[in-house]
Design a protein around this ligand. Sequence first.
Ligand SMILES: [Ca+2]
Length: 496
Amino acid sequence: MLMMNRVLLFTFLVSSFSAMAAEKPDIVMIAIDDLRPMLGCYGDDRVSTPNIDKLAARGVVFERAYCQYAKCGTSRLSLMTGLRPNAVNVFSNNEKDVIRFREARPEAVSMAQWLKNEGGYHTQSWGKIYHDGWDDPADWSVPSSPGREREMWEVVDSKEKSESIIAERWECPVMQNPDVADDFLFAGRMTSSVIETLKTSDSIKKPLFVAVGFRRPHLPFVAPKKYFDLYQPDETWLAKNPLPAKKSPVMAWFNSDGYVGGAKRQGLTMPTRPNREEAIAWNGFEMRSYQGVPPEGEISTKLQLELLHAYAACVSYVDAQIGRLLAEVGEDTIVILWSDHGWHLGEQSAWGKMTNFEIATRVPMIVAHPQLKPGRTKALAELVDLYPTICDFAAVEKPKHLQGESLLPVLESPQALANGVALSQYARFGTKFMGYAMRTVRYRTVVWIEKKSNKQVGVEIYDHENDPQEMQNLAGSDAALDQKLVAATREQHGLD
Ligand SMILES: [Ca+2]
């Protein structure tokens, strides 16, 4: 009965959307880099995010939205192409892989290109939409500017200058709180550029698809001092689960394996296949490769609190830029906000992304549509669902290759608890192993497969009803549960 109601609602909504096809809506898509749902509108009362909270109040907040891969490039390519990571087959942030992908999947037209060519949209982007250094000029009506250069390693070397500069990664401080104006830093300057363009956009006689990608709170944690002044973290901010989940395999949480070469360049020898103690000591190497964090060993409570402080300051800095942007956009425009993945702030002994845990795969996702009622939903959703959803908003047919599902039925009825699943995956030790994750309403299951032998080499099961922090791997404790969840995970990922 529920299904039937949802189908009817969906049909009604699609037909009413089709009716407005003649006048297509402008769409603003805001991408935030490395933002876990540490936002007021996600119930986090420590951080100050009034502008995203205001957007959430007029939109639908997805409380259970997940990325498909907890790393920038792969996650973004999946979202923009509407394909899951295995279909994209790009697991590095290497530019050459993207070119290979384009050659392998020429029919996989990206969301922006589809809206431009099939939807009649003017498409334009700023900042990090795809990974730094990646872009497909065919996506955009005008070249992206500022585009996807490597502004990531931003540093303020002198307040006498008018803007920040780009450092070498290994020389970049992990955090900075310069007493400068918002536009001294990249995100402020980019926001001013977007606003300037929007002010003159009336001359564009097409509906707009505007994509704006903010690089903070990605490392390095640099934000103007006034945003640091908002916070004074105490020990209640520290991770509740600072040790890896009991009975979890090392590959579940050792997110430093991609940095063996980087460590070597720093004159360090990181173990390639560490035991549990070694893995804890070296965990979080992405962050450890910035200045001010010890390359291995304990991260002191004092430093943890400073890092938490700086992350929150970056979130508030980005929130302020989004406030400026949304003031220009107004409330009658569709706005879609997402982050490419979550982030460990000490959880599971990890700092950074690059795991299959809830903390690394759960993302903020807010969809505000002037013709849809605001609300919150616990329906499981995936970033790969955004492409078909945006096609519905733009009243354009969906390309055949899409692997996600439109979220329109959930947006129409946010209280409906879908019985679906959310899928993520993560490769470990290069691509020797792949962890395939499935989130249901109650459980997170991860099945680890060795690529060469195609053998199943590990299983994780976390019970979110009794263990929301994922502190105890239940695999092996209940054979019937193992069998059921592993079979479902394998089936959902098409492993059998
Ligand atoms: Ca990212």
